[in-house]
Design a protein around this ligand. Structure first.
Ligand SMILES: Cc1cc2nc3c(=O)[nH]c(=O)nc-3n(C[C@H](O)[C@H](O)[C@H](O)COP(=O)(O)OP(=O)(O)OC[C@H]3O[C@@H](n4cnc5c(N)ncnc54)[C@H](O)[C@@H]3O)c2cc1C
Length: 285
């Protein structure tokens, strides 16, 4: 299914394409239109260390293109994709290779956050890499109870943070079960990050929360180069255009590659209307 030719037509709204070449073309277009980008080579379900090394090499190739073509882009990577489930040492060596390359070109690696079972190991690696190379950004999920403490700890080390709500299915033992509590926690953490975070990224499509952020930014006269907004490629394009037109920095998370299934299903699950969009495209094709 992932490699079927029909799949490209269905996933095109959220995924740039199956090749790096296609990804680079999309990023160049986005940069020309005033957006920053972060490149995500899809593939969180690697089944061996060999596949993890292939993922690392795919990211190295992406970093080479970013440097060669001077793209306004970072890369976003999941540690399971670099072998975390098989060997912590191999995973560390794979991610270190990417972060060292990013540092050499003045770029950055954004380490996506996966389900709660991975948070401690992900943060331990990010802290270590940040202390040696600086060129990393951590991701925090507002749905986890522990995140307030983690945000304070990362801020005390000046580690840049991308704040999102969280995309995995978590139990009430670790995460707020009610959306309204997740949203309230998001706003609390967002204001703290805008106030004293290092280069924070506010990653949401929630218009109400974005309005709150913009009011706070204006009230505190926070310079536009001290933070950025982030959104997913293909989600709320109207809002994306408005933010850029208003002069805000907006980075789009742009996935590419064949292993699109888990990413695509998370996007469908977030918004039932996307299923209608999918069915319409299925009928068309
Ligand atoms: C740049 C970026 C990076 C991310 N990285 C991670 C990560 O590392 N780990 C992680 O767990 N999660 C990550 N996420 C996903 C995030 O946790 C949420 O699942 C996702 O962003 C939806 O939450 P929301 O903040 O947009 O708010 P919601 O309350 O879910 O949505 C607000 C509004 O946004 C629109 N919207 C949201 N999602 C969609 C969609 N799929 N299709 C169409 N419209 C939609 C709708 O209009 C909706 O009403 C990331 C999100 C972004 C934007």
């Amino acid at each position: 299914m992932e490699t079927s030719p029909a799949a490209g037509r269905l996933t095109a709204r959220f995924i740039a394409g199956s090749t790096l070449e296609r990804e680079v073309a999309v990023c160049q277009r986005l940069n020309a239109d005033g957006y920053l980008a972060t490149l995500d080579h899809l593939g969180e379900s690697v089944t061996s260390l060999e596949e993890a090394e292939q993922s690392r090499d795919a990211y190295l190739a992406a970093l080479e293109q970013i440097a060669k073509l001077q793209l306004q882009a970072t890369v976003s990577v999941k540690l399971t994709q670099l072998g975390l489930d098989f060997s912590e040492d191999e995973c560390r060596s794979n991610i270190e290779c990417l972060v060292a390359r990013a540092r050499g070109m003045g770029g950055r690696v954004e380490v996506d956050m996966e389900s709660s079972a991975y948070v401690d190991r992900t943060l331990a690696l990010v802290r270590d890499l940040h202390s040696r190379y600086a060129s990393v950004r951590a991701v925090m999920q507002a749905y986890l109870y522990r995140t307030e403490k983690d945000v304070a700890e990362l801020c005390s080390r000046s580690i840049p943070i991308r704040l999102c709500k969280g995309a995995y299915s978590e139990g009430p033992g670790v995460a707020f079960p009610r959306k309204k509590d997740v949203d309230a926690n998001y706003v609390r953490l967002m204001l703290a990050l805008l106030d004293h975070g290092t280069n924070p990224a506010i990653a949401t499509h929630d218009e109400k929360i974005l309005g709150r952020a913009m009011a706070f930014i204006q009230e505190r006269k926070i310079p536009p180069d001290r933070f950025e907004f982030q959104m997913l490629y293909g989600v709320r394009r109207d809002l994306q255009r408005r933010l850029v037109a208003a002069g805000y920095r907006l980075r789009l998370y742009v996935p590419y590659g064949n292993a699109w299934y888990p990413y695509f299903m998370r996007r469908l699950a977030e918004r039932p209307a996307n299923v209608l969009f999918l069915v319409r495209n299925l009928l068309k094709s």
